[in-house]
Write a protein that binds this ligand. Structure first.
Ligand code: CA
Length: 477
């Protein structure tokens, strides 16, 4: 038995003791029958190494680390794609996004009803609303800017944030009244924020504003089951931070890394305040909190750190798809556990569906993780996990410790247990294993759709095909 297995056994054992003592308390029984609140905290482009619980030395994250010490860290926690949009489409539906053609980062095209998450898909907010949850989305959306695709039409009672793929952080830079004033893809970064469907003038640094709104949402909904999707755009570029946070890092000399650290630190304050509030309202044992990043760090853009992983945002090497990932549910999920078997962002939806006791509309790819953490279920949550990058004709599969990446003229086979940094390509010497995994990919591919919209890389083509992309819709239409 390895050290981590031993630790797992210990944590499961203490969890069982905790469980048996909880059973004797009537108050606890009543609480566990209630459907727990669910909070998903998503960061944007944060590197694997850039949280304390994964060993960060130069960027302390005491707030985020509380989730790890109160709960479980997934050391092999994946997302379903290596850039923002498709990764979010997977997370919010619990399904591989290529099943419904969400294969690219959507363009900002507010007049295009096909540019985003198709209406055939059920979001986690749709699902939880069926179970009587109050639902809120805060921060970055990136799943469609057409009026039929905005958060308020996709199951969220409340929305505070922006629709595009990124945003300026300083309120004075939000100088467009709305998307009708946008003339280019990146003008989407400059719009005033939306409170539901109304534009508002924000006064605070964006990350602080989202934290403030998250606290308000929880306070307002403390007495009923709620689902909060808190999608910070930090620490995605543009690199912008306030003095309050920059001053915490006098020892970081590289200015980009310093700003990145400040941006992460701002998120960390928000997470810490949110956990404090759960404690204060005494709903900590009735609230499941997930924390993860939407993809690996793009080191050149934001000075993030994916070590010891190979590769970056956009890659199917681990640095693109393995992210900081943890969850807490006090009294229900083992505390201080490091869980090593591969899990994926798609599991969040399935876990929520199971806890809310509601049947999803579509077939899910994720699984409920909790029985694996308690030891109630043996084995691993996933025999295989898959990735496709349609534009690059690149595929990947992780099956236990084995990983295969195939792309035109290049194949890689790695043993992740022995070689987490993917430095030794075993493709030639272990051809049987490679063949087995390649066959699995071929089977999985048959279930996927071609992309249903052009993406960020096809911005110019899209403009050519849609010359009226930014022309405002007439109000009386
Ligand atoms: Ca991202």
């Amino acid at each position: 038995m390895s050290y981590s297995e031993l630790n797992n056994m210990k944590s499961i054992f203490s969890f069982l003791i905790l469980l048996s003592s909880a059973v004797s308390s009537p108050a606890q029984i009543r609480k566990s029958e209630n459907r727990p609140n669910i909070i998903v905290i998503l960061t944007d482009d944060q590197g694997y190494a850039d949280v304390g619980f994964n060993g960060s030395k130069d960027i302390p994250t005491p707030g985020i680390d509380r989730i790890a010490s109160n709960g479980t860290v997934f050391t092999s926690g994946y997302v379903s794609f290596a850039v923002c949009g498709p990764s979010r489409a997977g997370l919010i539906t619990g399904r591989y996004q290529d099943r419904f053609g969400f294969a690219r980062n959507p363009l900002l095209a507010p007049k295009d009803s096909t540019m985003g998450l198709p209406l055939t898909e059920e979001t986690m907010a749709d699902l939880l609303k069926k179970a009587g949850y109050k639902t809120g989305a805060i921060g970055k959306w990136h799943l469609g800017a057409h009026p039929s695709l905005i958060p308020n039409r996709r199951g969220f009672d409340e929305f505070y944030g922006f629709l595009s793929g990124g945003h300026q952080y300083f309120p004075e830079k939000l100088d467009l009244n709305d998307l009708s004033e946008a003339k280019s893809q990146f003008d989407g970064y400059r719009t005033k924020l939306l409170k539901n469907q109304e534009r508002v003038t924000e006064q605070e640094y964006l990350t602080d504003a989202f934290s403030r709104e998250a606290l308000n949402f929880v306070k307002a909904n403390r007495d009923q089951p709620f689902f909060l999707y808190l999608a910070y755009n930090a620490p995605h570029a543009p690199m912008q931070a306030t003095e309050k946070y920059l001053n915490r890092f006098p020892n970081i000399k590289d200015s980009k890394r310093k700003t990145y650290a400040a941006m992460v630190s701002a998120v960390d304050d928000g997470v810490g305040d949110l956990l404090d509030l759960l404690q204060e309202l005494q709903i900590e044992e009735n609230t499941l909190v997930f924390f993860l990043s939407d993809n690996g760090g793009p080191t050149k853009d934001n000075a993030s750190d994916n070590k010891p992983l190979r590769g970056f945002k956009g890659d199917f090497f681990e640095g693109g798809i393995r992210v900081p990932f943890a969850l807490q549910w006090k009294g229900h999920v083992p505390a201080g556990l490091r869980y090593d078997a591969p899990v994926i962002s798609l599991d969040i939806f399935a876990t929520a569906a199971s806890l809310a006791q509601v049947e999803p509309k579509n077939k899910l790819d994720g699984v409920n993780l909790l029985p694996y953490l308690s030891g109630q279920k043996k084995g691993v949550p996933h025999e295989e996990l898959y990735w496709r990058n349609y534009n690059a004709d690149r595929y990947a599969i992780v099956s236990h410790e084995n990983k295969l990446i195939i792309q035109p003229k290049q194949e890689f086979l790695f043993d992740l247990k022995k070689d987490l940094s993917e430095s030794k390509n075993l493709f030639s010497e272990e051809s049987e294993q490679a063949k087995r995994l390649s066959k699995k990919i071929e089977e999985w591919k048959k279930q996927l759709m071609d992309p249903i919209f052009l993406g960020l890389l096809e911005d110019e083509t899209y403009n050519r095909l849609n010359p009226d992309r930014y022309t405002p819709v007439q109000k009386d239409n």
